[in-house]
Design a protein around this ligand. Structure first.
Ligand code: ZN
Length: 62
C-alpha cells in the first residue's frame, strides 16, 4: 500500500475502494484508501456522491 492514511484525514486506512472522482465534465477512476468513518460517509452518500475540496466522489467506477 503506497498510501498508508485515509484520503480525507490522517487516520490509517480501513479499506481500499474504487471511486469515481468528478468535477464538471472531468472524470477520474481511481482506487483510494479510506478510514472506517470516511468509508461509511461515502457509502451513505451513495450515487449522489460526496464533495471534498471541489471534487465529488462516489463508490464504483460508473
Ligand atoms: Zn478518514
Amino acid at each position: 500500500m503506497a498510501r498508508m492514511r485515509c484520503l480525507w484525514c490522517i487516520e490509517p486506512p480501513y479499506q481500499e475502494v474504487a471511486v469515481l472522482k468528478w468535477r464538471g465534465e472531468e472524470r477520474e477512476r481511481l482506487t483510494v484508501h479510506l478510514c472506517r468513518k470516511h468509508l461509511a460517509r461515502l457509502k451513505e452518500a451513495g450515487q449522489a456522491g460526496r464533495e471534498h475540496k471541489g471534487w465529488w466522489y462516489k463508490e464504483g467506477w460508473w
